[in-house]
Design a protein around this ligand. Structure first.
Ligand SMILES: NC(=O)c1ccc[n+]([C@@H]2O[C@H](COP(=O)([O-])OP(=O)(O)OC[C@H]3O[C@@H](n4cnc5c(N)ncnc54)[C@H](O)[C@@H]3O)[C@@H](O)[C@H]2O)c1
Length: 454
């Protein structure tokens, strides 16, 4: 351990906890990880990553001497002052965040003047205040509390952790907030005493909690917005890819999160947007915009079924290949993946569904009864009446469309992520349809003009 690096505890070794632990180890800290899942801890002790995240297994191996894994808190409590909490906060039936894992951690921390709970889990605004109240009621008022929300994206989680846009620290101005800022110091910009990329936002606990919820809600809004524009493009003959390009060049708008497709999924956006909507509702405010964002996203997943009906008529007895299952490329996370809704709808309409995903196969198995899991993209498309690109994995976007055409029974390719080379697909004799994309233009087409501009 670097002599001046604070050792840290990480409670919950999922996507956020494990990446944070590896990241802190990379910065030189000794890290004491705790998880109640004994099988997961055993795999980690053997140097195996229980999740797929690019570069993670290598970083865990590089710092195996600094990373310790256990199923109980005892050693972490002895070794560290800062206990980062990264347990899951899934949605409940009411749409609120389920804080039972957070509360289990709160209950397990003994009274102490030396420790602080640093909340990385995404929690509703007001959670910090309520945990501080619980601490006080239980005679544990000496424990400090810091909100330090996490903004990493699965698939690029390590670079996101090590090169953050911002580090948000919400605290009560005590030693714990200072210690968290010092821990992150190397990742902060020179203006904040570091040599990294992250601006520091030091604020109160409630505002830090809201920064996280509002950020995810805003990004989800941007996605639903461009998806609605795409749907209007389909009615009016415009190409949403061109429209998004033109919009994104406006610095006030920016190009990110303007890719139209079959809707957002994953473990964060759906639950965090719903949780913020419910939080507002519970506080007496009807968040109309988020209600629409959620509804647009639900409908967007199902529009693919309409496109398939348009091309194939009835889906009974038809074979549909789904390319990609994970909610986005470079992750094995299947939580709230659009593929789940799509496959279920296809089954309900009588289709046979074959699917391929380079890494999410294990996670997908068991989630969807009757799904045929293929060994490769080419296996999935064999004898298919239609192919749907669900996740823009390079293994799925970079296919030889001539070979695909030869292997398929039908002609239809639905590009659910607008990530395929439409011309190459059409040149193979297939019927390409994207999301919000114009039909081919006899004068050369928008795509041809785009290439000339680039
Ligand atoms: N996954 C993301 O991309 C992401 C990004 C930013 C924020 N977040 C937030 O971070 C939090 C964690 O998300 P995740 O995706 O890493 O979840 P996850 O489900 O992958 O991991 C949670 C881990 O916590 C463990 N756990 C549960 N209860 C525990 C307890 N009492 N003590 C110790 N360990 C316990 C579980 O066994 C599991 O390993 C959530 O609040 C999520 O919203 C996630």
């Amino acid at each position: 351990m670097s002599p001046d690096r604070e050792p840290v505890g990480v409670i919950g070794t999922g996507y956020v906890g494990l990446v944070s632990a590896a990241g802190f180890a990379e910065l030189g800290s000794e890290v004491w990880c705790v998880d109640i899942d004994a099988a997961k801890v055993e795999r980690l002790q053997q140097g195996e990553s229980p999740i797929y995240e690019p570069g993670l297994e290598e970083l865990l191996a590089k710092h195996s001497g600094r990373l310790h894994f256990a199923t109980d808190l005892a050693e972490a409590l002895q070794r560290v002052r800062l206990l980062f909490v990264a347990v899951g906060t899934p949605p409940t039936y009411s749409g609120d965040a389920d804080l039972s894992a957070v509360h289990a951690v709160v209950a397990a921390i003994p009274a102490s003047d030396r420790h602080a709970l640093v909340m990385k889990s995404t929690v509703p605004c007001g959670t910090g205040a309520s945990i501080r109240r619980i601490f006080a009621e239980q005679g544990k008022g000496g424990l400090r509390y810091v909100s330090c929300p996490e903004f990493l994206k699965e698939g690029s989680a390590l670079p996101d952790f090590l090169e953050p846009d911002r580090v948000v620290v919400g605290d009560e101005g005590d030693w714990a907030g200072d210690a968290v800022v010092d821990l992150y110091r190397p990742l902060l910009t020179p203006a904040h005493g570091g040599s990294g990329t992250g601006a520091l936002v030091r604020t109160d606990v409630a505002s830090a909690e809201m920064v996280k919820l509002a950020s995810n809600a805003f990004l989800a809004t941007k996605i639903s917005f461009i998806n609605e524009i795409a749907n209007v493009c389909e009615e009016t003959g415009a190409d949403v890819v061109e429209v998004a390009r033109g919009m994104g060049l406006d610095a006030r708008i920016g190009p990110k999160f303007l890719q139209a497709g079959i809707g957002y999924g994953g473990s964060c956006f759906p639950k965090d947007v719903e949780a913020l909507k419910q939080l507002a509702g519970n506080s007496g405010y009807h968040f109309q915009l988020l209600t629409a964002v959620i509804e647009v996203n639900e409908l967007q997943k199902r529009r693919v079924i309409g496109k398939l009906h348009k091309h194939l008529g009835t889906l009974v007895g038809k074979r549909v290949a789904l390319l990609g299952l994970a909610f986005k490329p470079h992750t094995d996370d299947m939580r709230e993946a659009s593929s789940l809704v799509l496959a279920a709808r296809l089954h309900a309409d009588g289709a046979t569904v074959a699917a391929y995903d380079p890494v999410a196969e294990e996670q997908a198995r068991g989630l969807l009864a009757g799904l045929v899991l293929a060994e490769s993209a080419m296996d999935a498309v064999r004898d298919a009446d239609a192919v749907v690109l669900v996740t823009e994995w390079p293994q799925c976007t970079g296919l030889d469309w001539g070979e695909v055409a030869a292997a398929m029974r039908g002609r239809v390719v639905i590009d659910g992520r607008n990530a395929l080379d439409a011309q190459a697909v059409r040149a193979a004799g297939l019927r390409y349809e994207g999301i919000g994309r114009a039909a081919p233009d006899p004068l050369g087409g928008a795509a041809a003009r785009r290439r000339e501009d680039d």
